[in-house]
Design a binder for this molecule. Structure first.
Ligand code: LLP
Length: 447
């Protein structure tokens, strides 16, 4: 739960505003974002990484990975808290620019950027286009030449690290679509990463600002980050010996958060100190100059700051046989589901839920919270104990839904997407309004 969440007179409240009042005012389901908590987490990264690295490398930039949760308002919070912003498409870049972000503080990612996206990035002179392939590097050089500009380029490398996370969100092993490999192909003398650095360093219309790696997402074990840092610094040492000076190293995002009590996240200050200590040893060992450091956390800023409120529609109990045992499972169906949170169906992601509008005296019952979509995989919380008398009209709160919920939501079954309400200093306000049926007709051209 975000820091503003408490139970007041039996009811879950966020900064003193009860869930019943929120649903009456803004509808159900509802995404709530604790703005103070979001800002605190954003600032905590800046403070922790500056404290750990500033004396070593002269500076740290924290790029908020906006794919986790992005609206114009949120981009403004990010800017106000002193973070830069990482975008992964023309749409995310447009929102960051619309929020008044200094283009120099924007990064653009993507394994398959369109000509339009590259052109905007070069024309706006954004701080870094994170180039993902040799072919793209050649396109950027040609396009920048054509526009008579110099493009700021960072190269995304694949350090060949296996991060322990779900396979769909691991990105540093060799056999996946992202990055320039650091391993030479069989029979080749140099790696694609090496060739890209040389091309970029010599290119007339490219300003090589640094190297980048991102090993995956929802990671708890820091060894992956440390191994990555070592490989990147070793590569920087090879380049330094050839007089190519790499000014900045971005080590990506991916820090895990607690969705349930089983998850044990590490505080930004600890992550920063451990990484700084490890890198200091490596920089010493290799005898190189420190590059400036940057990071790209998304989930760990937005995730814990958000929650979803659902209304219970119906319940039923089924009998299940497993390994010769019979037991019952109660299904609690709510008014949203995979359209507002596809993570359970995509990644088998675990969440938890609490009865939020009242305290119940009845005993806990083994339950599965499901949505209202036409799929049996439409699960909100796979396994949770909820009070036996949980029933129609009750409100459930699912914590830690701030990241990768709204941004991955859909209108499947033509459900209307919920509003996002931000709560700051005890005041609630809508930052994204709830959809209406008119929104469903909005792009129809022949009504
Ligand atoms: N930097 C890059 C280059 C990334 O690709 C990502 C996430 C991040 C930073 C931020 O990672 P974070 O700190 O949020 O873990 N939809 C999936 C997550 C996909 C993450 C994609 N890239 C999910 O719901 O778990």
């Amino acid at each position: 739960f975000s820091s503003g969440v408490a139970r007041v007179a039996g009811e879950v409240s966020i900064q003193g505003i009860g869930v019943t009042e929120l649903v009456e005012e803004y509808g159900s389901p509802l995404w709530v974002i604790d703005e103070n908590d979001f800002r605190d987490r954003a600032r905590a990264y800046v403070e922790a990484f500056q404290a750990a690295f500033e004396s070593l490398c002269g500076g740290v930039d924290v790029f908020y990975a906006s794919k986790a949760l992005l609206t114009v308002q949120i981009a403004k919070w990010v800017k106000e808290e002193g973070l830069h912003i990482d975008t992964a498409s023309g749409g995310e870049m447009a929102i960051a620019l619309r929020a008044g972000t200094d283009p120099a503080h924007i990064g653009l990612h993507g394994n398959n950027k369109s000509d339009d996206e590259l052109r905007t990035a070069i024309e706006q002179q954004i701080g870094r286009i994170v180039v993902d392939s040799l072919a793209e590097l050649h396109r950027v050089e040609a396009m920048a030449g054509h526009l008579n500009k110099r493009a700021n380029v960072m190269l995304r490398l694949t350090p060949g690290v296996d991060a322990s996370t779900h396979e769909h969100i691991a990105t540093a092993h060799e056999d996946q679509k992202f990055g320039l490999t650091m391993t030479p192909a069989p029979g080749a003398d140099t790696s694609v990463a090496y060739q890209a650095v040389h091309f970029a360093a010599d290119a007339e219309h490219i300003n090589l600002v640094g190297l980048h790696s991102h090993i995956g997402s929802q990671i708890f074990d820091s060894t992956g980050f440390e191994t990555t840092a070592t490989r990147m610094l070793e590569f920087i040492a090879v380049l330094a010996a050839e007089d190519i000076h790499i000014a900045e190293l971005d080590i990506g995002g991916g820090y895990g958060i607690a969705y349930t009590e089983a998850d044990t996240p590490v505080a930004p200050a600890v992550i920063a100190q451990n990484l700084a200590a490890h890198m200091a040893e490596e920089v010493d060992r290799l005898g190189i100059d420190w590059p400036r450091i940057s990071i790209e956390p998304g989930r760990s800023i937005a995730g814990p700051a958000g929650l979803t409120i659902y209304t219970v529609g119906t319940t039923k109990t089924v009998w299940v046989e497993h390994a010769g045992q019979h037991y019952s499972r109660r299904y609690v169906a709510v008014d949203g589901g995979m359209s507002d949170n596809p993570r359970p169906v995509l990644y088998d992601a675990d969440y938890t839920a609490v009865l939020a509008n009242r305290v119940s005296e009845s005993g806990p019952v083994f339950s599965r919270v499901v949505g209202k979509h036409c799929e049996s995989g439409d699960i909100v919380v796979n396994a949770v104990y909820l009070p036996e008398d949980t029933d129609h009209g009750d409100l459930l709160v699912v914590p830690a839904t701030g990241a990768y919920g709204h941004v991955m939501s859909s209108n499947y079954n033509m459900l209307l997407r919920p509003a996002i309400v931000a709560i700051k200093d005890g005041q609630a306000r809508t930052i994204i309004r709830r959809e209406t049926y008119d929104d469903l007709f909005a792009r129809e051209v022949d009504l």
